[in-house]
Design a binder for this molecule. Sequence first.
Ligand SMILES: [Zn+2]
Length: 519
Amino acid sequence: MKIEEDNVQKKLKNGKQKNEKSGKTNCTLQAPSLPVYDTVKLRIKTERMTARKCDKLRIITTRDTRICNDYLRIIKHNENKVLRNNGTVNKSLLDKLTLTTSKRTNHKLRTTVPHDLKKRYPRCSHDEFIECRDKAIWTYESWKTQQSLTKKELKRPRFKKKTPRIQSINRERFLMIYSPKNTVAKIWLVLRDSLDTKRSGKSNHKKLWLPLALSPYHKQKMKLEKIKTLELVYSPKNQQWWAHFTLQYTVPLYHSTQPPAVLGVDLGIKKTAVAVLLTPSGKVIMDNIKFIVDKERQQQIHKLDYRIKSIQSVLDTRKYNGQPTNQLNVKLYQLRRRLRSVKEQELGYAVNQLVDFILQLKKRYNLFISVGYPGKIQKSHPRGSGNKSLRSSVHKWRFRFFVTKLKQKLALHGFESHRVVVINESWTSKRCSRCDSLNTTRTGQGQFNCHDCSYELDADLNGAKNIGKRLIQYALKPKQGFTKIGDKLSSDYYPITLFKCLAPLGQWLKDSAKNPSTL
Ligand SMILES: [Zn+2]
C-alpha cells in the first residue's frame, strides 16, 4: 500500500487532479484500483437556441474572465496578507477581502469588505465567485512555482479573452438530463446560477438549458454518472460553443509478480520509435524488439517540410526587396498547420503500436518503461525554416505529445505514472550499449559500430538499449546516496523504493559489464 500513499501525497501536493492521469484516492480498498480521467467534448447546439440564450453564454464567460482577473489583481495587491509561508494562497483570508456574508445568519456577519465583488457583479452567485477564485488561485500558484524555478522575471498571469471556469458536479452546479425521445437534443445540460433575466431584485437564480449534440461515438464514451467537472469553451475558429466534461473511472491497478523488465524507448526521425526490452535473463531476442515506422506519413512530412522550406526562402527574398508577402504568409501558416496534424497522426500511430506491444509484454514481465528525453536536437536533420530554436521547440513538442499520450493510454490499463519514466538522453546515441565505450561511429544508414568490442547494430536500437539501461542504473543507485528518480518531463520525482524489484535486473547489468558475451 506504500505506492498508493505516495501517490496520494503527490496528488495533494500538486493539486492539479485534472491533468494527472493517475493517482490513488482510496487506500482502504481490498483490490487496488487506479482512477483514470478522460475528457469528452460535446458541441452545444447553438442553432437550436434563441439568440438571447446564446448571448447569455457569452456574457457568463466574459464576466467570469473579468472576475478571475479581479481576483488576480486583489491577490497581487495583498500578497503580504493572503500568502502563506510556503507560497500558497489562504482562501479564507482572500474571502474576507472580497465577499460579504450577509446571508449566513448563524455566523458573525461580515457586511463590509475592502473589495466587494458582489457589488461589482450583482448578478453573480456565491458559488460562481468561489469557482472563479479557485481558478485564479490555481493560476497564481502555478506562476509562483514557475517563478521560483527560474531566475528570469516571468510575466504575471492574466486571463485573456474568454477563460472558462471549471464547474464541479460535487457542488451540484450543473445537471445532465438524458431524454432519448426529445427531437431537439437527446442530451441536455442544465446550468444553475446562470444570469438572471432582471438586473436586480432577484434572490433566486435562473437555470439555463443547453441542448448538446451527441454522436454515436460520444454516446458510447459518455457515462453521465462518471462526470466530474465541466468547462464551457468557445472556439473562435468555427464560432462554436463546446462543453468539455471530465469523466473519472477506476480501473484495476497493474500489479505483477513476474520478473522485472525495462522497456527502453527511443524516438527517432527515420524510425518513429524503437523499443527494446531488457530482462534479467540477459538476452535481447528479436521478439522483444519493436521498430515503429510509418512510411506513408513520413513521406508526407518530408514533402511538407520541403514546401515550407522553399516558400520560406521566397518569402525572405520578397521581404528583402520590400515586396508584399501577405499571400505567402497565409500559405505558410496553412502548411505548418497541416504539417503539425500529420505529425500528430504519426505519433498517435506510434503510441498505439507501442501500447499493443506493452500489453503483450505485461503478461510475462513486471514492466517499467524508460523514454529518453531529447536534450540536444539533431543537427543532421534541418527542418522547417532551419531556425535552430524553432526546431528545438518542435522537437520538444513532439516528445511531450508522445509521452503524454503514452501515459494516458497506459493509465487506462492500470499503469501508474511512475512506470513510465523520462530519462536524460545525453550520450545514449554515442555510447556502446555493450561495453560503454565512446570510441564509436554512426554511419549514414543508421548503423552503429563500436571500435572497442566491434559490436554492430542499428543505431536507434543501440540508443534504446542505453536508455533502458540508464533507468536500471538509476534504480540501483540508492546505495550511493540517490533516493529519487527524476522525471525530466513532468519534473516529478519518484522514490527509489518504487523500483526495488529492478534489483535482479541490475545484478545482470553488473555481470554483463564484466562478461559482455551475455548481451
Ligand atoms: Zn562496444
